[in-house]
Design a protein around this ligand. Structure first.
Ligand code: NAD
Ligand code: UPG
Length: 433
């Protein structure tokens, strides 16, 4: 089919490339000319494992452009995958989505389906339909459908090609039939429903996962107080199929481009409708506090960070991505810098983006070893495999004071027995103190 995709971020580009790999002819549209230029060379502007390779294999079916008019005018299907960031009041900013809708309304010349893949508040698809009817330049039928995306960064290509489910929210048979055709070569359970339910499935799923993490983090905090071990506790919980063994990792809270904003957006939507979604409000509050958990712990060892050399391992919000959105490092490093610490940091892919925020203030290191050298304390913010695989005696050998504050529980406690290292993690006994 002839498909256009608006937005070439994590969702848009991965969707476009995966659809091309299934035989569709795809035109990816972005407003960022530099990005478009890079993509035309078969290079992904974002770090996402496997994406470059899949792009290169399918370049004959992929076009990249800033010329939205030519991309939308005769497309059978137009996916909208632009950002819906958080506004100051917590609600979703739909201005990027509406800009695309406006561009589609002035461009389309044939009957087509406009598919909203961006995460949008319940009722948005209906509003887009009304806007479309009022603003279409040409006398053609445009169907609006919701098709929320569930990929996670770092595994986006795999999650798209092997989706847990494909949710299609549509009111017209035409839209349903076209979307079923788009996804006919994807093996995944299909949930066909109305648009409002599809929009809600996305928020309800993300917010449930955020709630699960905040719940585990609260249990972890209590484990520390009462002498239980969160790793054993979650292992014991996970055998119950009703609970499941995934998403039970305690840490310094969830970050990323989705959970923080999608919890706030649903909470905002509830209160806008004179309703209160108490569980999600609690998840948000717990997460806000959890982000500062390690910094608070550090005060046990040092009154403040002035004059100290602080080693930071991991800058991104999770491993497998160079994305910094809502990364815990972003709220913790400023505190260290304000105190007057010398901050040395390592991250395998996040440094380039970090330099845009802190070009001078941080010493970026090429290796974990270089980062740890002469450090007085080490913070682990991201569980990169390189960190998890490290022999813990390297901390002892290189640091001036081997104190590790691990926000992602990267190591087993046994590894620190009689090591002379202070190891303070989340929801577990502190070793060496
Ligand atoms: N990132 C994820 O893991 C993920 C997963 C599922 C759903 N989502 C949702 O998908 C949406 C997109 O998220 P993202 O992380 O891919 O965003 P992103 O910020 O990575 O990318 C958005 C892209 O849209 C482009 N853009 C802006 N206006 C445009 C226009 N008028 N025409 C064409 N392109 C335009 C931007 O230049 C940018 O390249 C959001 O609603 C998000 O909540 C994201
Ligand atoms: O047990 C866990 C699992 C995750 N996290 C944290 O939660 C955040 C988000 O992680 P993850 O869900 O793996 O990454 P995202 O790429 O943000 O993906 C989420 O957000 C996307 C955007 O909506 C959805 O499509 C995905 O299904 C959903 O997993 C990260 O900070 C993780 O460190 C934990 O603290 N404990």
């Amino acid at each position: 089919m002839k498909i256009a995709v608006a937005g070439t971020g994590y969702v848009g580009l991965v969707t476009g490339v995966c659809l091309a790999s299934k035989g569709h002819q795809v035109t990816c549209v972005d407003v960022d000319e530099k990005k478009v230029e890079i993509m035309r060379q078969g290079i992904s502007p974002i770090y996402e494992p496997g994406l470059d390779e899949l792009m290169q294999q399918n370049m004959l079916r992929l076009t990249f452009t800033v010329d939205y008019e030519s991309a939308y005018k005769d497309a059978q299907v137009i996916f909208i995958g632009v950002g819906t960031p958080e506004k100051k009041d917590g609600s979703a900013n739909l201005s990027y989505v509406y800009k695309v809708v406006e561009q589609i309304a002035e461009s389309v010349e044939r009957e087509c389906v406009v598919v909203v893949k961006s995460t949008v508040p319940i009722g948005t698809n209906d509003k887009i339909e009304t806007y479309m009817i009022e603003h279409l330049k040409n006398n053609v039928r445009v169907h609006i459908a919701s098709n929320p995306e569930f990929l996670a960064q770092g595994t986006a290509v795999h999650d798209t090609l092997h989706a847990s489910r494909i949710v299609i929210g549509a009111e017209s048979d035409y839209a349903k039939t076209v979307l079923e055709k788009v996804y006919e070569n994807f093996e995944a359970p299909k949930v066909i429903t109305n648009r409002r339910s599809a929009e809600m499935i996305k928020y309800a799923s993300n917010d449930f996962l955020a709630l699960k993490i905040s719940y585990v983090n609260e249990i972890a905090n209590l484990c520390e107080i009462v002498g239980a071990d969160i790793e054993d506790v979650t292992r014991g919980m996970g055998f119950d199929a009703r609970i499941g063994d995934k998403f039970l990792n305690s840490g310094i809270g969830y970050g990323g481009s989705c959970f923080p904003k999608d919890t706030k957006a649903l909470s905002w939507l509830a209160s806008f409708n004179d309703n209160e979604i108490k569980t999600i409000k609690a998840a948000i509050e717990v997460n806000e506090n959890q982000k500062f958990k390690l910094i608070k712990k550090a005060r046990k060892y040092y009154e403040d960070f002035s004059g100290l050399t602080v080693a930071v391992l991991g800058l991104t919000f999770k491993p497998g991505t160079d994305d910094l959105r809502e990364a815990p490092s972003l709220v913790n490093i400023p505190i260290m810098l304000e105190d007057g610490a010398r901050v040395k940091a390592w991250d395998p892919v996040g440094v380039q983006n970090y330099k845009k925020i802190y070009p001078e203030e941080i010493e970026y290191c090429d290796s974990i070893q270089e980062t740890l050298e002469n450090a007085d304390i080490c913070f682990i913010f991201t569980e990169w495999p390189e960190v998890k695989q490290l022999d813990v005696m390297v901390y002892k050998a290189l640091m001036r004071h081997p104190i590790i504050l691990d926000g992602r529980n990267c190591y087993k406690l046994d590894a620190f027995a009689n090591s002379g290292i202070i190891y303070d993690s989340i929801g577990r006994e502190t070793i060496g103190w």
